[in-house]
Design a protein around this ligand. Sequence first.
Ligand SMILES: Nc1ncnc2c1ncn2[C@@H]1O[C@H](COP(=O)(O)OP(=O)(O)OP(=O)(O)O)[C@@H](O)[C@H]1O
Ligand SMILES: [Mg+2]
Length: 477
Amino acid sequence: MNLIDKSQTNILVVDDDTSVIASIELLLKQSGYQVTSALNPKEAIAKLADSTNKEAEPIHLVLQDMNFSRSTSGKEGLQLLKDIKSKYRTIPVLLMTAWGSIELAVEGIKCGAKDFLTKPWDNRQLIRTIETCLQLNLSQDPQPTSRRQLDERFDFKAIIGEDPLMLDVLSTISRVATTNAPVLILGESGTGKELIADAIHNNSSRKQNELVKVNLGGMTTSLFESEMFGHVKGAFTDAKFDRLGRFELANEGSIFLDEIGDLDPTSQVKLLRILQDQSFQPVGSSKTRRSNFRVISATNRSLNEMVANNQFREDLLYRINLITIELPPLRKRRGDIGLLAKQHLERVEKLYVLDTITIEDEAIRWLENQPWPGNVRQLTQTIERVILMTASQTLSTGDFVSIAGKDIGRNKHSFDNSSKDAGSEIQAGNMTLDEVEKLMIVKALSAYKKNITKVAEGLGISRSALYRRLEKYGIDL
Ligand SMILES: Nc1ncnc2c1ncn2[C@@H]1O[C@H](COP(=O)(O)OP(=O)(O)OP(=O)(O)O)[C@@H](O)[C@H]1O
Ligand SMILES: [Mg+2]
């Protein structure tokens, strides 16, 4: 846990409205922070300069308004931000803007602000944002980098990987998991984004509560509100009962917004609104509800490109990407392929109650040299298929080449990512009918522990028909 000593933390609040200063000062002091205030940019710069004196209290964070009385364009606010960032690079700056001027906040983020809040602010949200920001700043310290060191302190057991690129990812998770910072996970299909989301949640202080997973890719505009915010009885024809939305279910826990790049523009605005202040109204209700959730998002699309093409809102991007984790494709961490292959081999053995199977070193070398456009998912599906299709206990390069060789460079889009787990390798276009038949026989043999009568019964064929097929496919008992 990155603990902040609030009594030793001094926050500079800059706003030209004395009543705003007074209420924020009160709020922050009640939370235990020290507060310094300034009514205009000049005063703010002077206070920052003072704070560097030996005896003075240093400033740890700046919370600044963007609009000062002389102009409402936000120019002064931006200039102040730039001045602070050029002289005091390490002090995090949070911006406050009116809801209507979010573009200004987005520009501010580009100039180095850490995050932004919209006015009128929500007290809890303000405190949480400040805390996250301070925690992230604290955890810039060097982190353990070896896999062993990471495993001693965090639960990463589901994640296989020792490549430096993966260690960077794990070390970032270790740095941010305990904060409330929103995390955006990017990476090609099958690189393990969902696994990383699980790891973030499981290593956070929210782990006792739920990680609610939502696939936004499959969500129509009309469904979005009732699914995410819930609805009350009678809100529409089919609403026979009150129903909690996903955000409410994620209260005190986390919400995983998967395939966020697929969200349509109307839903993007609705999502932005709830992410601003964590409050929402269920469909058919006029009462505002709140939920305290942590947001983890993922997509295999390039959100930056989508922003450039006006397909994804830039302000929404900045709301979700305080921390961005980029998962490397498998071909950029070939050293992990052997580890992944062996681990999956064991899983398949257990799943189908098979005898111990080994894999030849040469076959591992071969696997390491394949392109794997479908990444880890494709690798694990290939291993599973080869195990079930060969009768041998030792997998050789030949087994892989003859069974899966032609498919490995296939376009990644032909990998069906709805069949994610072991046991679901059959996909249209992936196998011939003969292959499917052989696979079913192998599965039945293992399920019925090679009891021929039961296997034949289970497959709905006679014992002699089963023997004929065993011979046809060269399956030894
Ligand atoms: N580092 C890893 N260690 C062990 N298993 C992994 C690893 N990375 C991925 N996997 C496995 O690969 C499969 C695909 O992972 P996951 O579903 O997380 O991918 P994804 O990036 O979300 O893909 P998509 O974009 O298609 O949704 C899962 O079965 C997952 O358990
Ligand atoms: Mg996924």
